[in-house]
Design a protein around this ligand. Sequence first.
Ligand code: HEC
Length: 123
Amino acid sequence: MILKMISWKLLLGAIFLLPVLLLTTIIGCQKEGSKPLSALESRGKSAYLANCTACHNPDPRLVGSIGPDIAGSSLELITARVLHQSYPPGYKSKRKSSLMPALPFLERDLPALHAYLNSFIKR
Ligand code: HEC
């Protein structure tokens, strides 16, 4: 009798819990960005993962192993950093260090990098 009651409670608990778990999973996945990336954003993502994630977080909204979070960076900032190891005039940088090297071979990928880093803001 007691055992029967416990198993009924377990079953009821499972019935109530399952939709909650499913919902949180679905919402969690949507946060990652349900909107597919455009061709330019995808190209930027590849360039980002290949050239930036040694220091910056694979998720550019988060702080990385060495570099700061850089989602939402302007094209001027990305260009100054990647081509000239500098900052746009008057820009208050997130870090005082100068550990990031210039990566001038990425000149042609700057618009794509910019599109990818700003694709998070719209979502
Ligand atoms: C060798 C490590 C390293 C690599 C590779 C690297 N960065 Fe950085 N990045 C840093 C560090 C560290 C900083 C903080 C300033 C400094 O120390 O130079 C920084 C700062 C920045 C900033 C300025 C953030 C702010 O608002 O102050 C931007 C934008 C940026 N990086 C973009 C990139 C992009 C885009 C790539 C890839 C194309 C990249 N970085 C590759 C280490 C790196």
